[in-house]
Design a protein around this ligand. Structure first.
Ligand code: F6R
Length: 244
């Protein structure tokens, strides 16, 4: 538990930077699983700063984003492709071919094959070294809403009403929020070597308590993380205020 989201984000960005440097020395790729939303933005700011001011290179980095709304055009203001470019990728020396984000423009009949190929690409690179997560009020990780199984893989899902309500202001009304998304599964997330879930503010305190101290169950997918051997919650004092 950090005093605030700034020091917590600095800590997380440093762990990511250390992994990248270690992999560089080994002549290997660092494989990152990334999230969008308001939670990780300061981590991305720090990574951009480390690149611009300290010369941290991202040439040996491959990334897999957790999710994208479906359908979604990449140039839309709501697109996670656009979000990632604006907050991170446009400011780094990362090779564009190493960036992977679920494709919101696919035809319905092509989604299954795309999702299987997404899983295969992660496996081909040796799996995810560090998976960064936020958490939704439903306890979702990625867009794995209540009811997602611990072994679920990358797939098309239906968004929970609470998630749509939380996104409503960004979309200028709940009716404009896409009903569906393509997300990495709980199983995909669980197979990462290291997981860092971040949460800031009092609004996350109830779900953080549930995820950390509650019984492991499908109705709160984040509780599955209790079974991961190397998962930390890096949170601020407000998000941790209900923990016993
Ligand atoms: C985003 C994602 C979601 C968010 C979660 C929290 O790629 O997978 O699980 O991490 O909805 O969103 P924020 O950070 O906006 O509170």
């Amino acid at each position: 538990i950090h005093e605030d989201s700034n020091s917590a984000s600095f800590y997380v960005a440093n762990e990511i930077a250390e992994l990248i440097r270690r992999r560089q020395k080994e002549g290997k790729m660092a494989v990152l699983g990334l999230a969008t939303g308001s939670t990780p933005t300061k981590v991305y700011d720090y990574l951009v700063k480390f690149h611009q001011e300290d010369g941290l290179s991202f040439k040996n980095v491959a990334t897999f984003n957790l999710d994208e709304y479906y359908p979604m055009q990449p140039d839309s203001i709501h697109s996670y492709v656009r979000f990632m470019n604006e907050h991170l990728f446009d400011h780094l020396d990362i090779d564009k071919k190493n960036i992977h984000i679920p494709d919101g423009t696919l035809k319905k009949e092509d989604i299954r094959a795309f999702c299987d190929a997404y899983e295969q690409k992660i496996a081909d690179l040796g799996g995810i070294d560090i998976q960064v997560l936020g958490i939704g009020r439903t306890g979702h990780i990625g867009f794995n809403e209540p009811g997602s199984s611990i072994s679920s893989k990358t797939r098309l899902v239906r968004l929970d009403r609470v998630t749509k309500l939380d996104a409503a202001s960004d979309f200028f009304g709940e009716e404009n929020v896409p009903q569906r998304a393509i997300t990495m599964g709980v199983g995909t997330i669980m197979s990462a070597t290291r997981i860092i879930l971040m949460a800031w503010g009092e609004g996350k305190s109830r779900i953080i308590k549930e995820a950390v101290e509650g019984e492991i169950r499908e109705s709160v997918p984040a509780t599955f993380l209790q079974e991961h051997p190397n998962c930390d919650y890096i949170i601020d004092e407000a998000a941790g205020s209900l923990l016993t």
